[in-house]
Design a protein around this ligand. Structure first.
Ligand code: DLL
Length: 433
């Protein structure tokens, strides 16, 4: 099933015309209403008249996560606060999060693109869908929620955690769809298996999994353990949240909603466009949003674009799986974590040396997150209570900055390995499994 055939199956020439019109309008809006963009365009000698077609997009300046941090919290809005009806946020590289404001119209766009995703997975009005992404500032919960409501399905706003209850309600409410991170899906699969309820009593058929990278092998594991079809859903806070792209029944690439979010692939080092079909960094311009439209946002995600027509009938461009990131962002239990956030907490505590090491692993399908940190000589004590107290403080601080509680290991001064060149601060063991 296709939610919006006109847009999802439009021929390429018409799509480019539509994108040109929408880009032009967006650039005019931003130029008039957003001072930092206005200034940056002027510095490049650009005015909205220089943008006539979508091909002119390469003239425009890039936007990065750093820009969102520099203009924190509302400096990149192109609408007055009175028009903003919702705020979401995700991790920045240090203490402050990055913030996105949505107008009512932006929320309608989000519902529309989300509806395309869930329709492509074969879900509809008659279906109950359990949303087990976190609700709150993270876009996962409310994004998937809006999508299910838009298709007229019945949403269970479960949020993440509380596994026993997840299994009970999935069973009792007859959930056909499940939306959560792929790692949580695997965790739920084991819990479902361990529960006393037989699989035949569950109606579960389809999953919408994203917010973190996952592999074909993981898909196979989820599909066989849960006995469902597992589909990819892609998105990022800066652009809108989940719904920027989705797989279809062919499970052969993630269709992008390119009538709203125009994708480019650039060389991550030079910023130059790569040849068609080549891998590089994914860049998005929002071409319909009004609250915080962004031009040429550098996602740091590495992938490639596929323009061949898909067998499902959609003509929209597809992206390949995300190969990784070209920055050091880690995604742990679906939460974005930058080593620099850990560093900023450690450096502000007088008891600690600025030497730390992060170890991430996956045990029983759940991510583990350990932070080893050196305690200064004068604070390193034989008194266990003192150290336990310090450990508690660090966990508490990290929890409030990152939104996750790591397992903190206090180590003796000068015990962590020093590097000769670039410091190696992270061991992500998950990559090798
Ligand atoms: O993770 C939005 C989302 C929620 C997407 C629920 C899908 C489902 P952020 O927290 O801003 O937003 O993180 C965005 O997560 O740049 C990718 O690196 C990664 N990511 C998101 N979806 C996928 C996916 C949400 N399907 C960052 N595959 C992005 C691989 C993904 N990576």
């Amino acid at each position: 099933m296709i939610w919006n055939e006109t847009m999802e199956c439009m021929d390429r020439a018409n799509m480019r015309t539509l994108q040109s019109i929408r880009l032009k309008k967006t650039v005019e809006r931003i130029y008039q209403n957003c001072e930092p963009y206005h200034r940056r365009m002027q510095e490049k000698g650009l005015s909205p008249d220089d943008i006539q077609t979508i091909d002119d997009i390469v003239k425009l300046p890039f936007t990065s996560k750093k820009d969102l941090r520099d203009y924190y919290p509302f400096g990149l809005l192109s609408s007055p606060m009175s028009e903003i009806v919702r705020l979401h946020a995700s991790s920045g590289t240090t203490g402050k999060p990055i913030v996105v404001g949505y107008t009512r119209n932006d929320l309608a766009i989000w519902g529309e693109v989300g509806a395309r995703c869930f329709t492509a997975y074969g879900l509809g009005k008659q279906d109950v869908v359990q949303v087990s992404y976190g609700y709150g500032l993270f876009t996962g919960g409310l994004g998937a929620h809006g999508a299910v409501e838009t298709i007229g399905g019945t949403v269970i706003p479960m949020s993440s955690g509380n596994t026993e209850k997840q299994i009970m309600l999935m069973h009792d409410f007859g959930a056909v769809g499940l939306a959560c991170t792929p790692s949580y899906a695997l965790f739920l699969a084991d819990a479902l298996h361990d529960s006393s309820i037989p699989r035949e009593e569950f109606k579960l058929k389809v999953g919408a999994f994203g917010a973190e990278p996952w592999t074909e092998e993981m898909r196979k594991e989820i599909e066989s353990k849960l006995g469902i079809k597992a589909y990819d859903i892609y998105g990022l806070t800066e652009i809108i949240g989940p719904g920027v792209g989705h797989e279809c029944q062919c499970q052969n690439g993630t269709h992008l909603c390119e009538d709203h979010f125009y994708p480019e692939i650039v060389n991550p080092e030079t910023g130059e466009p790569v040849a068609p079909g080549e891998f590089g960094e994914l860049v998005f311009s929002t071409i319909t949003k009004s609250g915080m439209p962004l031009l040429r946002f550098r996602t740091r995600d590495l992938t490639r674009l596929i323009y061949d027509k898909c067998e499902c009938g959609r003509t929209s461009v597809r992206m390949d799986r995300i190969l990784g990131r070209c920055d050091d962002m880690l995604i742990i239990r679906g939460v974005n974590v930058f080593p620099s956030q850990v560093e900023s907490v450690i450096c502000e505590m007088p008891e600690l040396e600025p030497h730390y090491f992060i170890v991430v692993d996956r045990v029983n399908n759940l991510d583990t997150f350990e932070v080893q940190v050196e305690v200064k000589e004068e604070f390193y004590s034989d008194e266990v209570n003192k150290l336990l107290d310090l450990r508690k403080q660090i966990v508490h601080r990290l929890q409030s900055v990152i939104g996750l509680s790591p397992d903190v290991k206090l180590v003796e001064p000068r015990s962590l390995e020093r590097s000769q060149g670039k410091a190696k601060r992270v061991n992500d063991k998950r990559k090798f499994k």
